[in-house]
Write a protein that binds this ligand. Structure first.
Ligand code: MF3
Ligand code: CO
Ligand code: CO
Length: 265
């Protein structure tokens, strides 16, 4: 997710040509394939830096692609691993996963100059019911947002629907980080807030590509950044969950660029 800043005029949104859309489809599929590849490795006892190494090697050697996080604004690893009360931007390290952990793995690859960005929640053993619940609410919130995507709708409509669902389930929406336009750049205009007012914000048009990636907390919405300058955690240490897809606005609706053939939302 990007670092939320003062909104810029929508003039810097890039509309992708058919040739660029083809490249975005490839990058999106590769990112999704990394998540599928890593799934059986996410087990009790594995460290998050082992997961990083496996993903890094797969992206670089098998996919012949580039792990976008590595070196991005100084980020030291190739993937983000955000465990339990970590909201996002968790740095892979020597911590071993244990039974009951929930974690987000966020994959962004660059292929042929274009980015694909997707993340999912993973469960180690059977997590506490509250952790399972916030994972599910975050997934539902993302899907509710995605299904609204079509020309003519406004970003505020999407943010509002996501917020309404999360809050109805007694969860909260993180406000400091948001979804983002994506393409040649990892993070482009527009910012895609996961809260908001119906009818507000820019209107979607065909050819736009952006992510929806709500961060949903089981407790209060407030977050803080750890001294490593990256790891974002919930202030109240409640569990946080996130899911992310990269989307294309089509003439009639949307295409999920980070969905594998045969998979559904
Ligand atoms: N993949 C994250 C996103 O969804 C961004 C991670 S930035 C990094 O936008 F530097 F931490 F990798
Ligand atoms: Co993103
Ligand atoms: Co991401």
């Amino acid at each position: 997710m990007m670092f939320q800043k003062t909104p810029k005029p929508p003039t810097s949104i890039t509309f992708k040509t058919p040739a660029e859309i083809d490249k975005m489809r490839v990058a999106g599929r590769l990112a999704a394939e990394v998540l599928r590849m890593i799934r059986p490795h996410v087990r009790e006892g594995v460290t998050t830096e082992e997961l990083d190494r496996i993903c890094h090697d797969y992206i670089v050697n098998t996919q012949q692609a580039i792990p976008a996080p590595l070196g991005y604004r100084g980020f030291p690893k190739s993937i983000c691993t955000s465990v339990n009360h970590v909201v996002c931007h968790g740095i892979p390290g020597p911590r071993k996963l244990k039974k009951g952990d929930v974690l987000n793995i966020d994959i962004t690859v660059i292929k042929d100059g274009y980015h694909g960005d997707t993340s999912q929640m993973f469960h180690v053993g059977v997590p506490p019911i509250a952790a399972q619940r916030v994972s599910r609410v975050a997934y539902e919130a993302m899907c509710i947002g995605i299904r609204l995507v079509r020309p003519g709708i406004r970003l505020g409509d999407i943010g509002h629907a996501i917020q309404k669902h999360a809050e109805a389930q007694h969860c909260s929406v993180v406000r400091e980080y948001c979804g983002h336009g994506i393409g040649r750049n990892f993070h482009e205009e527009p910012q895609v807030l996961h809260y908001g007012e119906p009818g507000a914000g820019i209107e979607l048009k065909p050819g736009m590509t952006f992510t929806i990636e709500p961060m949903i907390n089981a407790g209060r919405r407030h977050v803080k950044v750890m001294p490593d300058k990256w790891t974002v955690i919930t202030k109240d240490h409640s569990i946080s969950a996130q899911w992310e897809h990269t989307l294309l606005v089509t003439e009639t609706g949307y295409e999920v660029l980070t969905l594998l053939p045969g998979d559904t939302l």
